[in-house]
Ligand binder design. Structure first.
Ligand code: SAM
Length: 272
C-alpha cells in the first residue's frame, strides 16, 4: 500500500547524494517538517524553533530545500492511503538503521499485533471511554511512532474514533525519533504529547504537542481527569508497571546505589 510513496520519498532524498550525508539530510528534512507543523499551532518557543528551521534550510542549496516539501507531500499521500509507520519504513529502506547507530523500529505488522494485545477486550476499552471520555496510552521508547500508529488504527477498527478518545504520551531519547513520530502522529491527527527525554531517569528535555492535542483542548481534558482521579490512585492501578500516564508530574527517582540493578524500562505500550 505504501510502496510507491516510499520509493518516491527515497528517490527524492537520494538526490542529495553525493553532496550531502543521507542520514543528516533525512534528519534535517523530518525536523523541518516537524517545526513547520508545530509552529502552526503552538506559540510557545515559536521564535526559537523558527530560528532553528531557518538554520536547517540555510545549510542547503535551494534544490535540496525544495525536496523537503515534496517528501512531505508523498508522506501525506501515503498516510491518506492508510495508517502505518511510513517514516520508520523509509528509514530502514534508506539503510539508515545501521547497527552502529542502533536504531531499529518494529515492523508495522508486529506493532499491529501488539496493539491488539494491548487493547485486549474491546469492551473494556469502550467501558473506560464511557466512564472518562477517553483512554490514555504511554509509549516510553516510541521511535518513529509505529506502536502508537498501530494502536490508533486498531482502535479505529473496533469502531472508536481515536482522534477524540485516545491521548498518547510518547517519549524517546533520540530527537530524530521524536521528530518522525511527531510528524506522523500530527498527520494522523492523534492527540499526543511527545517528549525528548530519558524514560529511565525521568529527565525530559523537549515537549512537542500535536495539533490534535492543542486544538482538542487536551491540557484541560487531562487536568480534569487528574483532578477527579488522584495521582496515587492511578499509580496504584498501574502497579504492575512503573509507567505512569503522566510521567512529567512524577518525582524523579532517587539516585541509584552503586551495584544496584538498573531500573526497569516501563512496559512498551500501556493503556489507562
Ligand atoms: C527498538 S526502538 C523501538 C521504537 C518503537 N517503540 C518501535 O516499536 O518501533 C527503541 C527506541 O528506544 C529509544 N530509547 C532507548 N533508550 C531510551 C531511554 N532510556 N528513554 C527513552 N527512549 C529510549 C531509542 O532511541 C529507540 O528509538
Amino acid at each position: 500500500m505504501h510502496e510507491p510513496y516510499l520509493k518516491a520519498m527515497a528517490a527524492l532524498l537520494r538526490r542529495c547524494q553525493p553532496r550531502h550525508d543521507l542520514y543528516t539530510v533525512f534528519g534535517d528534512c523530518v525536523e523541518a517538517m516537524a517545526i513547520a507543523i508545530v509552529n502552526s499551532v503552538d506559540l510557545r518557543k515559536r521564535d526559537s524553533r523558527e530560528a532553528r528551521y531557518l538554520d536547517i534550510v540555510g545549510r542547503y542549496q535551494p534544490d535540496i530545500v525544495d525536496l523537503f516539501p515534496r517528501v512531505l507531500a508523498q508522506l501525506v499521500h501515503a498516510l491518506e492511503a492508510g495508517p502505518g509507520d511510513v517514516l520508520g519504513a523509509l528509514f530502514h529502506d534508506l539503510e539508515l538503521h545501521s547497527k552502529a547507530r542502533g536504531q531499529f523500529f518494529t515492523p508495522y505488522t508486529l506493532s499491529r499485533f501488539m496493539a491488539q494485545v494491548t487493547i485486549g477486550n474491546p469492551e473494556s476499552v469502550k467501558a473506560i471511554i464511557g466512564d472518562h471520555g477517553f483512554v490514555t496510552a504511554m509509549e516510553p521508547a516510541c521511535g518513529a511512532g509505529s506502536m502508537v500508529v498501530a494502536l490508533a488504527e486498531a482502535m479505529r477498527d473496533i469502531g472508536i474514533n481515536y482522534q477524540r478518545h485516545l491521548h498518547v504520551t510518547a517519549i524517546d531519547i533520540d530527537p530524530r525519533a521524536i521528530h518522525m513520530a511527531y510528524v506522523q502522529l500530527s498527520l494522523l491527527h492523534v492527540p499526543a504529547h511527545l517528549m525528548v527525554g530519558n524514560s529511565l531517569s525521568g529527565e525530559m528535555r523537549e515537549h512537542w504537542y500535536t495539533p490534535a492535542h492543542i486544538l482538542g483542548g487536551w491540557n484541560a481534558r487531562l487536568a480534569h481527569r487528574r483532578h477527579h482521579e488522584p495521582a496515587d490512585e492511578m499509580l496504584a492501578d498501574a502497579s504492575e508497571t512503573p509507567c505512569s500516564p503522566f510521567p512529567v508530574s512524577r518525582a524523579a527517582p532517587p539516585p541509584r546505589k552503586p551495584g544496584a540493578s538498573p531500573p526497569a524500562m516501563p512496559r512498551q505500550l500501556s493503556l489507562f
